[in-house]
Design a protein around this ligand. Structure first.
Ligand code: PLP
Length: 402
């Protein structure tokens, strides 16, 4: 076994099952392993690297700010935070933002905001607020969020979970309406389920949910940690249905592929529940993260990453649909956010990603049956063409075990 993999295995908690490759460098759509082998990164760190590895402008912003001022905590103001949050609000059409670091923290922030709003504004007795999420969701790994999960592995052994959490089937707006009670604070939903396996709900679902939430005075909170910032071919996946949620969670690509940066954004009425001392984060909104996040948003606009994702994703999806393979049950996606559902009777998704890795293409299985394709959004067309050739070779009979 590789000595570094062995070393990691001896000292790192075994909470992941990485592919057996040791990466040492990244540049744009490429990463290199310690043997000097180059790979096309079609995973992008679960979409945290939508801008590509080591984007020069983002790295510059990081280095410049690192030389100037990094961490001050929110005990003081900094000259970087206001501009970053103003840009994020302008881009997303939201009024205010609360900066955090990881996606899970920003989701927790959204849940706290919704519960407090339900208590203070909607008049739900404190302790009785309810939050509804969807079966198959992924919102992170804290205890409260695991309490929303329907994935047994994410829950087993980690209870007890907080009360007031329930789930409804994904893609079923009528089920949402039936689950709403006078105590419901919020409906938390991914416009496309990412970790759930790139699951796209029926057309009109999100718009119907938005209408139901409006009618019942329930906050619609979109978790766009993975789908946001261009991944699905629009700045936000909610835009595909013309929906503006009451609250919005961003993370992953917000850090430009170099830092963990997340935020909860909301309309004023929802964010107004937070008073000094209610909630916080030592690192949330630090000048280094703000400088990096601002540049990440600027690059997103300047390079039209959402537009690139839309056109390249449409091309890739069409090419993948053309691959005639007994291994493939379904190909689905939007923008450069694509899942290939493998027939488990033929192969596991893990076998497919290992065969792709041997050909210099990195992706990752989600659950046992879905191969996820989510490259950096500025990936050149000729690399996508090369990727399709590798996928065809692996998925077409005989190609799996070279
Ligand atoms: C990754 C993800 C999260 C959690 O983000 P972390 O930074 O890993 O805490 C939350 N929601 C969605 C939709 C995600 O894909």
């Amino acid at each position: 076994m590789h000595p570094l993999i062995e070393l990691e295995g001896r000292h790192c908690a075994q909470n992941y099952h990485p592919l057996p490759v040791v990466l040492v460098r990244g540049d744009g759509p490429y990463v290199w392993d310690d043997q000097g082998r180059r790979y096309l990164d079609m995973m992008s760190a679960y979409s945290a690297v939508s801008h590509g590895h080591a984007h020069p402008r983002i790295v510059n912003a990081l280095v410049e700010q690192a030389r100037t001022l990094n961490i001050v905590s929110r005990a003081f103001h900094s000259d970087r935070l206001g501009e970053f949050l103003a840009r994020a609000c302008r881009l997303t059409g939201q009024d205010m933002a609360l900066p955090m670091n990881t996606g899970a923290e920003a989701v927790e922030t959204a849940m706290k905001a919704a519960r407090k709003w339900a208590w203070q504004v909607k008049g739900v007795p404190d302790g009785e607020q309810e939050i509804i999420a969807c079966a198959g969701n992924f919102h992170g790994r804290t205890i409260a969020i695991c309490g929303l999960s329907t994935e047994q592995q994410y829950r087993a052994g980690f209870g007890p979970f907080p009360p007031g959490l329930k789930t409804v089937p994904y893609g079923d707006a009528a089920a949402l309406e039936a689950a709403i009670t006078p105590r419901t604070a919020a409906f938390l939903v991914e416009p496309i389920q990412g970790e759930g396996g790139i699951v796209i709900p029926p057309a009109g679902y999100l718009a119907a949910c938005a209408e139901i939430c409006r009618r019942h005075d329930v906050m619609l909170i979109a978790d766009e940690v993975q789908t946001g910032l261009g991944r699905t071919g629009k700045l936000l996946a909610c835009e595909h249905e013309g929906v503006k949620p009451d609250g919005l969670v961003l993370g992953k690509a917000l850090g430009g592929g170099v830092l963990p940066v997340s935020m909860f954004l909301a309309r004023r009425e929802l964010m107004a529940v937070f008073r000094p001392g209610d909630h916080g984060s030592t690192f949330g909104g630090n000048p280094l993260a703000a400088a990096v996040g601002l540049e990440a948003l600027q690059v997103l606009e300047d390079e039209d990453l959402a537009g690139q994702s839309a056109s390249k994703g449409a091309w890739l999806l069409e090419e993948l649909h053309r691959i005639d393979s007994p291994l493939v049950r379904e190909v689905r996606g939007r923008g450069l956010f694509i899942g290939i559902e493998i027939d488990p009777a033929q192969a596991s998704a893990r076998e497919v990603v290992l065969a792709l890795m041997a050909r210099g293409l990195l992706s990752k299985e989600t659950h046992a049956t879905v191969v996820r394709l989510a490259p950096p959004l500025a990936i050149p067309m000729e690399l996508l063409e090369w990727a399709v050739a590798q996928l065809r070779a692996v998925l077409t009979e005989g190609g799996l075990r070279p």
